[in-house]
Design a protein around this ligand. Structure first.
Ligand SMILES: [Fe+2]
Length: 168
């Protein structure tokens, strides 16, 4: 009888940081962790596990770099602390990948739990703070844009005000 796949890390709306690009990438990243976990549970060989692990390492680097570009563009004040967390996981994942490829370590449930806990915490705390900041920044920018290009009602009001000031 086949055993039901155990989902290690499922992306649900509670993980949303409300920045569409970041949310999409998180869903993909969670998916890779699940593939790796399922492959490990299914007793897949080192070659398959190695492929998933390499994909995880590559995607982690790609995704963190995107988040970091977003932080730079937004002049995010908490960037240093956030990048420090990324750096910790980047180092850990690449170390695991290298040691696995050398045959020095095996994939373990502890490692999978570490990964899923790390991502869960990082996304719901650190990335959510970034998401909130980006949302406020975007709505403020939209407000400024609107203020710079007033609509018809606003223009009428400005004309009326100008006429009053000029005494016309
Ligand atoms: Fe992050």
């Amino acid at each position: 009888m086949p055993t039901a796949a155990v989902t290690m890390l499922e992306w649900t709306p509670e993980f949303a940081v409300h920045v569409p690009e970041i949310d999409r990438e998180h869903q993909f990243l969670f998916g890779i962790v699940n593939h790796l976990h399922e492959a490990m549970l299914a007793g897949q060989g080192a070659e398959t596990l190695g492929t998933f692990l390499a994909e995880l390492a590559k995607y982690t680097i790609y995704h963190f770099a995107n988040e970091e570009k977003t932080m730079v563009a937004a002049h995010y004040p908490e960037m240093l602390a956030h990048v420090e967390q990324h750096e910790g996981l980047r180092r850990r994942v690449s170390e695991v990948k290298v040691r696995f490829e050398r045959g020095e370590i095996a994939l373990t449930i502890e490692l999978m739990l570490f990964l899923s806990d790390w991502l869960r915490n990082h996304v719901t705390v650190t990335d959510r703070r970034l998401g909130n900041y980006i949302q406020v920044e975007q709505s403020f920018t939209a407000y400024l844009d609107k203020a710079r290009s007033p609509g018809p009602a606003h223009r009428k009001h400005i004309r009326a005000y100008g006429a009053t000031v000029r005494g016309g």
